[in-house]
Design a binder for this molecule. Structure first.
Ligand code: PEP
Ligand code: MG
Length: 541
C-alpha cells in the first residue's frame, strides 16, 4: 500500500477504482509510423468505437434530456464520417506514413483552424466540434478512457494532471467518487465544483498513470491518498463513509426548520449552484432559494455562445423548479481560469487581474445584452435577482444599468414580455468593499464573494498551488472588509449575503452572524451542517 499526502478541498472521503483522464497533449506522440498498416487498423477501430460512443450518447441524451440536446451527437457523427476528416486521416496514414494519433491530430487541427477562420459565426463554432471529435478519437486510440468518461459503468476516482473548470463540470456524473490531480489548488473553481458535486478533490499529488485501474482511498480530512489499500483499511473507510451517510440522513430532520440561533437571530440559507442539475440537491437540502447561480458554466461546456432563447429557457426553468423561491443569477464571469473556445480569449500574463467578468461584458456589450435580455424575460416568471461579478467602480454599475434599460426597450419593441429583476453586485474586490457605501446607494443587495476577495486582498492567486498555504480566509484583513461591507449595506437598508466558500466555514459562522449577515449561500451539501451549527449557537454569549 502506498500513502501519499496532498491538499484537499474538503473533509470528504472516497473509496474506488482510479481512472486516468488523459489530456490530448500527452497522447500525440511520434509523427512517423513504423507500420502504417497497423496504424490504419488502429485508426479504423478507434473510428468505430467513437461512432458507437456517439450513438450511445445520442440515445442517452435523448431519453434523459431532449432532442435538441441530443442533436449535437448526431452532428458529431456526421462530422466524424465527413470525407474532409475521416478520408483525410486515412490518406495521411496510408500515403504519408503518419501514426494514427498524429494523423488525427494534424487533420483535426487543420480543419478546426479552417472553421475558426470563417466569417459565419455558425461555421466558426463547428471548429470546437471538430476539436471534440478529435479528442474523442485520440482517447479511443489511447485505449484508456474516453474524454467525458460517459461510458464507464462502475463508480470511479478520476485522476488527471490538471482539470480546468470546464472539464470538471463535464465530469459531473453519479459515478464520480472524487478527483486526484497533480496541479491545482484547493481554492480553485475546480475544487469548488468538486465540493458542489459532494466529492473530495485531492490536489498536489505526484500522480502515476500506472495507478489507472487500482483501488484507492481519498481521505480529505487527512489530505491523504492510499493506493492499493489492504482490506482492513478499505473496510474501515467504508464504515466511516456509511456513518457519514447516516449522519447526513439524520440532518434531514432539520431540513424544513428555520436557520435561527438559540437567541433568536435568523438568517436565510441559500444554495450555490453551477448547473441546473445541482438544483435537485439544493431542494433536497432545504435551500430557501439560490444565492449564487454561476451562469458561466452554461457557456463553458458549449461549443458556441448560447443564444437568448436557450438562456431564457434555462433561467425560467430554474425559477420554476424552485417554485417561487428567490434565485440570484450571477452574470457571465468568464476569463481567468474559465475560458471558452468561442470567446477566443488571448493568453495573459496575469489572467486573474485581466480581461474577465464584467470587463468582458462591458467591452463586448452585444454578447452581454443577449444574457441581459434573457434574464429580463425570465424575471417575468418569478423572484429573479441578478448580480454582477468583479465590480470595482460606480461607473461599471451605471453602465450595466444603462444596458439593462436598453435591453428592456429592445424587448418592448419586439413585444416580448419581461419583468423587473432585483439588481445587486458582488463584493469581491477590495475596491468594491471600500466604496460599499456609494455602491449601496445604486443597487438592491450585496453578495460577498470571499474567494476572490481573499485572492485580491491578500494578493494571492487562488489557482496557484505553490502558494495556497498563504491563502488564509480567516485573515483579519478579509474579515474587516466583510464587516465594512455588511455595515455599509445596513446603513443603506439593503441586504447582504456571503456566497464565497467562507460562508460554509463553521468556525466563522458566529462572526458572520454577529456582523449582521442577512443570508449565507453555500454548496447544497454544506446547507444542513451549517443550519445545525446556527441552531446551536447564541450570539449573546
Ligand atoms: C467568490 O469569488 O467568492 C465567488 C463566490 O465567486 P467564484 O468563486 O465563482 O469566483
Ligand atoms: Mg468570484
Amino acid at each position: 500500500m502506498l500513502t501519499i499526502t496532498g491538499q484537499s478541498n474538503s473533509s470528504a472521503l472516497a473509496v474506488g477504482t482510479i481512472r486516468f483522464y488523459r489530456h490530448i497533449k500527452n497522447i500525440v506522440g511520434d509523427a512517423i509510423a513504423a507500420n502504417p498498416n497497423m496504424e490504419l487498423t488502429r485508426y479504423r477501430s478507434a473510428y468505430q468505437t467513437s461512432m458507437i460512443q456517439l450513438q450511445n450518447l445520442y440515445n442517452k441524451t435523448l431519453s434523459q434530456l431532449s432532442a435538441t440536446e441530443a442533436d449535437i451527437f448526431e452532428m458529431h457523427r456526421m462530422l466524424l464520417s465527413d470525407n474532409r476528416f475521416h478520408h483525410a486521416i486515412e490518406i495521411a496514414i496510408i500515403e504519408e506514413g503518419k501514426t494514427a494519433e498524429y494523423a488525427v491530430y494534424s487533420v483535426g487541427r487543420r480543419l478546426c483552424e479552417q472553421f475558426m477562420a470563417m466569417d459565419d459565426p455558425y461555421l466558426q463554432a463547428r471548429g470546437a466540434d471538430v476539436q471534440d471529435i478529435m479528442n474523442r478519437l485520440l482517447f479511443a486510440l489511447s485505449g484508456k478512457t474516453e474524454s467525458a468518461l460517459d461510458l464507464i459503468s462502475e463508480p470511479f476516482i478520476l485522476m488527471a494532471e490538471d482539470l480546468s473548470p470546464s472539464e470538471t463540470v463535464q465530469m459531473s456524473s453519479d459515478k464520480l467518487l472524487g478527483f486526484i490531480t497533480r496541479q491545482g489548488s484547493p481554492y480553485s473553481h475546480t475544487a469548488i465544483l468538486a465540493k458542489t458535486m459532494g466529492v473530495p478533490a485531492l490536489m498536489s499529488i505526484d500522480i502515476d498513470e500506472n495507478w489507472d485501474g487500482h483501488l484507492a482511498i481519498i481521505d480529505g480530512e487527512k489530505h491523504c491518498l492510499y493506493i492499493d489499500p489492504d482490506d482492513s483499511l478499505v473496510q474501515e473507510y467504508q464504515l466511516k463513509i456509511n456513518s457519514d451517510r447516516r449522519k447526513r440522513a439524520k440532518l434531514q430532520a432539520i431540513k424544513d426548520l428555520p436557520a435561527v440561533t438559540l437567541d433568536g437571530r435568523s438568517v436565510r440559507l441559500y444554495a450555490n449552484i453551477n448547473t441546473p442539475a445541482d438544483l435537485t440537491a439544493a431542494i433536497e437540502m432545504g435551500a430557501e432559494g439560490v444565492g449564487l447561480f454561476r451562469s458561466e458554466f452554461l457557456y463553458l461546456n458549449k461549443n458556441e455562445y448560447p443564444d437568448e432563447e436557450v438562456q431564457y429557457g434555462v433561467y425560467r426553468d430554474v425559477l420554476e423548479k424552485m417554485s417561487g423561491k428567490p434565485i440570484v443569477i450571477r452574470t457571465l464571469d468568464l476569463g481567468s481560469d474559465k475560458r471558452s473556445p468561442y470567446l477566443a480569449l488571448e493568453p495573459e500574463e496575469n489572467p486573474a487581474l485581466g480581461y474577465r467578468a464584467v470587463r468582458i461584458c462591458l467591452n463586448q456589450p452585444e454578447l452581454f445584452k443577449v444574457q441581459l435580455r434573457a434574464l429580463l424575460r425570465a424575471a417575468a416568471h418569478g423572484e429573479l435577482h441578478i448580480m454582477f461579478p468583479m465590480i470595482i467602480s460606480l461607473q461599471e454599475v451605471r453602465a450595466i444599468r444603462e444596458l439593462l434599460k436598453i435591453c428592456g426597450d429592445e424587448l418592448r419593441e419586439k413585444g416580448l414580455p419581461f419583468g423587473k429583476p432585483i439588481v445587486g453586485v458582488m463584493i469581491e474586490t477590495p475596491a468594491a468593499a471600500l466604496i460599499a457605501d456609494d455602491l449601496a446607494k445604486e443597487v438592491d443587495f450585496f453578495s460577498i464573494g470571499t474567494n476572490d476577495l481573499a485572492q485580491y486582498a491578500l494578493a494571492l492567486d487562488r489557482n496557484n498551488a505553490r502558494i495556497h498555504t498563504f491563502y488564509d480566509p480567516h485573515h483579519p484583513a478579509i474579515l474587516e472588509l466583510v464587516r465594512m461591507t455588511a455595515e455599509a449595506a445596513h446603513r443603506h437598508n439593503i441586504p447582504v449575503c456571503i456566497c464565497g466558500e467562507s460562508g460554509a466555514d463553521l468556525t466563522l459562522t458566529k462572526a458572520f452572524l454577529s456582523m449582521g449577515m442577512d443570508a449565507l449561500s453555500v454548496a447544497p451539501n454544506a446547507l444542513l451542517p451549517l443550519k445545525e451549527t446556527i441552531r446551536s449557537i447564541s450570539l449573546s454569549v
